[in-house]
Write a protein that binds this ligand. Structure first.
Ligand SMILES: Nc1nc2c(ncn2[C@@H]2O[C@H](COP(=O)(O)OP(=O)(O)OP(=O)(O)O)[C@@H](O)[C@H]2O)c(=O)[nH]1
Ligand SMILES: [Mg+2]
Length: 301
């Protein structure tokens, strides 16, 4: 099945199809995949205790990529998790933080996890499961059965919906949540993503340094014809601190990213895989409990 031939099929039949398409050798090699969690931080000291407390026990590594926080983010991360790898990003913006974190990851799977408490680390096994059953890219979605958000505003939801539609038209995808930061992929995808982690002195400010990073990942995964599985996810309000995202400025960057990525040729083409989106994981009980309270590139490990 390829993306042009996509028809809606019942979930289990889809999973069976994916499993049978997944080479047995690859599945055996990843019987116990090493999971690297990449966490971008900009003044998230108050949120890290809750986020770290809910990380699964058997992770290969946790990489905190800090954007020169002026609070105790790095000290708190080290105190909470002595084995944490701390990376200082080398340019500015969340996109550059992710690029630096991806470049340092040594696991088989990379999970992208925000540090503000909006994403529940206990959903990580769902993402890993989707990858283990055949996906190259496990893409979180708030808009599939079992997902949701107590954070997204009406304006952002409206903007996300239209940007998502535009992406699906431009890239032949069936995404349901273009602008969501909770995703996971096998590290073999990094070649196709072609995201540049070079320092500012060498590269200057690069395309993809900001909040358009998720759009760039989603579109390059599509162009590279990676197998995509959407994973329902619930987004909470950030616990403490303020958002770094500006709805109109960053919405504009996402729109520009769609247009640039449509023509820039980034994303390595593969020949034998298909693109499909389907929710595979059932909703789970026991999500991140938010305490009552205010709503408020260099490897250093
Ligand atoms: N290292 C680094 N991390 C960043 C930067 N900007 C944002 N982040 C982190 O990226 C994650 C998401 O950023 P938020 O400011 O929560 O933005 P958002 O989640 O897209 O938007 P909201 O829904 O409004 O919270 C958080 O963990 C931030 O600390 C940056 O420039 N550098
Ligand atoms: Mg947030």
């Amino acid at each position: 099945m390829n993306q042009q031939q996509h028809v809606a099929i019942p979930e289990q039949r889809h999973v069976d199809a994916v499993v049978s398409a997944f080479p047995a050798r690859e599945a055996r090699r990843h019987a116990m995949p090493r999971v690297s969690v990449v966490i971008p931080t900009l003044n998230e000291a108050k949120n890290l205790p809750t986020v770290f407390a809910h990380l699964p026990a058997d992770l290969h590594e946790v990489i905190v990529v800090d954007g020169r926080s002026v609070d105790d983010t790095i000290d708190v991360a080290r105190a909470l998790r002595p084995g944490v790898r701390v990376v200082l990003q080398n340019r500015a913006g969340k996109g550059n933080a992710m690029a630096c974190g991806f470049a340092r990851a040594t696991g088989d799977i990379v999970v992208m996890l925000d540090a503000d408490g909006s994403a529940d680390p206990r959903e990580i096994p769902r993402f890993v499961e989707a990858l283990m059953t055949g996906a190259d890219f496990a893409k979180g979605t708030r808009f599939a059965n079992g997902g949701g958000s107590s954070d997204i505003t009406r304006v952002r939801s409206w903007g996300n919906r239209w940007l998502n539609r535009a992406a699906n038209v431009l890239f032949g995808t069936r995404y349901t949540d273009l602008c969501y930061g909770y995703n996971a992929f096998w590290t073999h995808c990094l070649e196709a993503l072609d995201i540049d982690p070079r320092p500012a002195e060498e590269a200057g400010r690069l395309w993809g340094d900001g909040f358009e990073i998720e759009t760039i990942i989603n579109t390059r995964m599509a162009k590279a014809r990676m197998r995509v599985t959407e994973v329902p996810s619930f987004e909470f309000q950030r616990l403490h601190g303020t958002s770094n995202l500006d709805t109109w400025r960053d919405g504009g960057r996402v729109l520009r990213a769609l247009l640039v990525e449509r023509i820039n040729g980034k994303g390595v083409r593969r020949t034998h895989v298909f693109l499909d989106n389907v929710a595979v994981a059932p909703p789970e009980a026991g999500r991140l409990q938010h305490e009552a309270g205010p709503r408020t590139g260099t490897d250093r490990s």
